[in-house]
Structure formats: structure tokens, C-alpha cells
Write a protein that binds this ligand. Structure first.
Ligand code: ATR
Length: 279
């Protein structure tokens, strides 16, 4: 019998996960299906019970269920526990185990393009712009990866303070301060929704005075090249697009479910075309 995977969320119509995972199933010649399952908030408990009964093999979780799903799980991976959010559930012999592959997906995606960032990590300075769910995932994955200084700048500084880990050195900054200190950072990661379609002219901070050979990254993938990245490119930065994280978090989830390693690089261009076509 084939495997049954899916993604739960609300709304779920525009999710790119079925497209990505069906490619992975084909690439690995694994017999199975992956479906988008729309679950409004109040129906979460009932639908999860149904999924358990029919023996789903694994599923992804997107907005608004990433936190709420935790109470239905039997086990939680330590990284997901730190993040307080789950995006992947592995179902094994009736036991549900929660993981978060968003941050690790980001790291893998960055590593595939710029492996040099991962050399001499303890001397690299990283700045995260934003302190929401996405920032949280990336922040803890960077710590897990061995980065020693990760600063966070957010519009609401109090929210950034809540994210702060005592494991490493983290300064909490106002956005304006961050903008004035960009020359301190080797890697700058934009995690807010600013610049996302339809607000394509917005950017969270201006880009001036970058450190030489620094990397500027934006997790927004619609559009692929945000105003923030366009300006970073003009300022001479090496840039990293957001759709890589989307592919690699999916690859990580697929590996957890099937034990099969997939290399999503071959999907980078087709996904770019799909995004440019308005998916
Ligand atoms: P996600 O889970 O996608 O990260 P979120 O948890 O709603 O989404 O977090 C959104 C992030 O974008 C927050 O850091 C938010 O800043 P606040 O904490 O101050 O709300 C940031 N954000 C959203 N709109 C913004 C804007 N116009 N300018 C600056 N930051 C913005």
C-alpha cells in the first residue's frame, strides 16, 4: 500500500507543499500521495482524530495550527520544543512525533549556496530582522548549528526579548539601530512579511554600509526578488532567496517520513517559474 502524507492549515488553497512533495515522491519512486487538508481552527481536534484513524503516515502543519497541534502529539523533538512550534509530524505505529524543519531547512538552503558561512561559525555575526514564528525557527536553528552571535532587531522590541536564548550572545535592537550597524554583520536575515506581494515596494529597513562579502537573505519568496534583496544586490551583497528554505524544509520533512534523502536543487528553477507565473 502507498503512503499517505499531507499538509494541514487554513487557508490551504495556495500551499506549494503538494507540488513539492509530489515531485519528491516521483523523484524517489516512492508510492504515495500528498494532499492539502483545509482545517479551520475549531475543527482541528476532530480532523486529527480522523487522520489518526485512517493511519496517515506523516503531515506538515502550517498557519494557524503550528502551536496548537502540539497538545495532540505523543513526543516532541527538543528543537521543536524550544521553538514552541511544529511544522512536521511523523506518525509511527500510532505514535505522533513533532518536529520543526523550518529553521533547519533555512540552514540547509543557505549552506547549499554559501558553504563558506559555515566555516569559522563562532566568529560570524548574524542579524535576524523580525521576531515572529519564522524568526524563532531560524534563531534556534542557528544556535543549534553553532553560531555564537545572533542579534535580533524587531519593530516591537519586547517581542524580540522573549525570543532571546541565554545559550549565546544576543543583542536586541530597534530596527533603526540595526540599520545603522549593518557593517557588523556577516549574515542578515529578513524574516518579516514586509515586501511580500502585494506590498512589493516595502522593506523593513534600508540597506547602507554593508560589510564586505556579507550575505543578505530574505525568507519572503513572493516575489522571489524583494525590494530588500534588490537593494542589497545593488549595495554589493551576496543574496539568498526565500524559496530555497521552502524547498529544504520540505526535503527535511520528507526525509523524516521516508528515511530517503532528497536533493531539492533540481526543483529550484521549476519552483521559480511557478512563483513567477503567480502559482
Ligand atoms: P511569522 O510567523 O510569519 O514570522 P508573525 O509571527 O506574525 O509571522 O511575525 C511577523 C513579524 O514581522 C514580526 O516580527 C513583526 O513585528 P512585530 O513583532 O513588531 O509585530 C514583523 N512585521 C510585520 N509587519 C511589519 C512591518 N510593516 N514593519 C516591520 N516589521 C513588521
Amino acid at each position: 500500500m502507498g503512503c499517505f502524507f499531507g499538509v494541514i492549515g487554513h487557508p490551504i488553497r495556495h500551499s506549494l507543499s503538494p507540488w513539492i512533495h509530489e515531485h519528491f515522491l516521483n523523484m524517489t519512486k516512492k508510492n504515495g500521495i500528498y494532499r492539502a487538508i483545509d482545517i479551520p481552527g475549531q475543527e482541528l481536534s476532530r480532523t486529527l482524530e480522523t487522520l489518526k484513524k485512517i493511519g496517515i503516515d506523516g503531515f506538515n502543519i502550517t498557519v494557524p495550527h503550528k502551536e496548537n497541534v502540539i497538545k495532540y502529539l505523543d513526543e516532541l523533538d527538543p528543537l521543536a520544543e524550544k521553538m514552541g512550534a511544529v511544522n512536521t509530524v511523523v506518525c509511527q505505529n500510532g505514535k505522533w512525533i513533532g518536529y520543526n524543519t523550518d529553521g533547519k531547512g533555512y540552514i540547509r538552503s543557505l549552506n547549499s549556496q554559501y558553504p563558506d558561512v559555515f566555516e569559522d561559525k563562532t566568529n560570524k555575526n548574524v542579524l535576524i530582522l523580525g521576531a515572529g514564528g519564522a524568526a524563532r525557527g531560524i534563531y534556534f536553528a542557528l544556535i543549534d548549528e553553532g553560531f555564537a552571535r545572533v542579534d535580533v532587531a524587531n519593530r516591537t522590541m519586547e517581542r524580540a526579548r522573549q525570543l532571546q536564548s541565554d545559550q549565546i550572545s544576543t543583542q536586541i535592537l530597534a530596527l533603526q539601530d540595526a540599520q545603522e550597524r549593518l557593517d557588523e554583520y556577516d549574515l542578515i536575515i529578513q524574516t518579516t512579511k514586509t515586501g511580500m506581494h502585494p506590498n512589493v515596494d516595502e522593506q523593513v529597513i534600508g540597506i547602507t554600509g554593508l560589510k564586505e562579502s556579507s550575505i543578505v537573505s530574505d525568507i519572503v519568496y513572493n516575489p522571489i526578488e524583494t525590494a530588500f534583496l534588490q537593494n542589497a544586490k545593488r549595495a554589493g551583497a551576496r543574496i539568498h532567496y526565500g524559496h530555497g528554505m521552502l524547498l529544504y524544509q520540505a526535503a527535511f520533512a520528507f526525509e523524516l517520513w521516508t528515511g530517503i534523502h532528497v536533493d531539492p536543487e533540481s526543483l529550484m528553477d521549476p519552483l521559480e517559474d511557478k512563483l513567477k507565473g503567480g502559482f
